[in-house]
Design a protein around this ligand. Structure first.
Ligand SMILES: O=C(O)CCC(=O)/C=C/C=C(\O)C(=O)O
Length: 319
């Protein structure tokens, strides 16, 4: 894989964690503890790792304290971020005693931009390893949504001793569905939105994204649009990456049997981005997996059915 240097100004020492805004004070390296307000601003951090011989600055949110860490990896939509994807899922895990880390993958939100011509699943897995190494996290449970699930599987394949349990929603491997025309309608709408980032195209994408569009507020649309337009280079570089390599998320179905990590697979029956049969492939291929399907649910199970999702994940991780 080759890619131009990221936009990070040279000279930052890889592996050093740097504070983002931290109104609660305290060390840049100390996550916000239980009980303190868990907000995006209070938990915002930066770390610089090395990728392809270049410094790559990553943004992440570090929430709670605990002996066990849960890392959450977001999806590939324009304007996505760890916080945008998982803000309904952080506090229940912090309250259960976990440290929760939300990574913004390279090319999203406040992480450095990048043109990726290889496997984006593998790139994100390297970023996760670099983050964990920088933070001294030896092992973590990994929760991945869509692209985040593809990346979690790539990480488990490359670093099996660094993974506790996996929770995969709406993703986990690329490949062709035997039942649904590809690219799916949702993936086509994501591509259109990257190329023409307008509120109209955002609403078109989100109208397919979740089952109950009544839950999508103007505030959510605006926040998402602001996120998208704040980093136009991310949008442009996603398009360049896809043109250079249309298979950003390769099919690793033939390698799923290598993964022994206990895995909870969760899908929306009405997922119009990554179809349910990918979930069936995961359960069939992984060594130790179980599947839960939500009816009345699209591509964002952790958001659309947050309370039940959080209860299930807490029980699965504690088991
Ligand atoms: O192309 C794939 O297989 C992955 C698609 C994907 O990751 C989409 C996710 C979108 C979001 O999570 C989002 O827009 O928040």
């Amino acid at each position: 894989m080759t890619h131009p240097a990221s936009t990070t100004p040279a000279g930052r020492a890889p592996g050093r964690s740097q504070a983002g805004p931290h109104p609660l004070g305290g060390s840049a390296d100390v996550p916000v503890g239980r009980g303190a307000d868990i907000t995006e601003a209070a938990t915002s951090r930066f770390v610089t790792i090395e990728e392809g011989g270049q410094p790559l600055r990553l943004h992440y949110n570090d929430c709670g304290t605990g002996d066990e860490t849960v890392v959450m990896l977001h999806g590939s939509g324009p304007g996505a971020s760890g916080w945008a994807n998982f803000n309904r899922n952080v506090e229940p895990l912090v309250e259960a005693g976990y440290r929760v880390v939300l990574l913004d993958c390279p090319g999203w939100s406040r992480s450095d931009t990048i043109v990726n011509t290889g496997s984006r699943s593998a790139l994100n897995a390297r970023a996760l390893k670099g983050l964990m190494d920088a933070l001294g996290i030896a092992k973590a449970h990994v929760i991945g949504n869509s692209m985040g699930a593809h990346s979690a599987v790539a990480f488990a394949l490359e670093h099996p001793t660094r993974v506790g349990k996996l929770v995969l929603m709406g993703g986990g491997t690329g490949g062709t569905s035997p039942f649904v025309p590809m690219p799916t309608e949702g993936i086509k709408l994501i591509g259109a939105l990257y190329r023409q980032p307008t509120i109209e195209n955002l609403k078109r994408m989100m109208s397919v994204f979740v089952y109950d569009t009544g839950s999508l507020t103007d505030a959510l649309y605006q926040a998402r649009l602001d996120n998208m337009l704040a980093r136009r280079e991310h949008l442009e570089n996603f398009v360049k990456s896809s043109e250079a390599n249309p298979k950003q998320f390769p099919d690793v179905g033939h390698r799923l049997g290598e993964i022994s990590a206990p895995t909870l697979v969760i899908w929306g029956r009405d997922d119009r981005f990554v179809p349910l049969d990918v979930g069936l492939r995961l359960v069939a291929g992984l060594q130790d997996a179980e599947l839960h399907v939500f009816s009345r649910c699209g591509h964002w199970a952790q958001w659309e059915h947050a309370q039940k999702f959080n209860r299930m994940v807490r029980a699965f991780l504690a088991d």
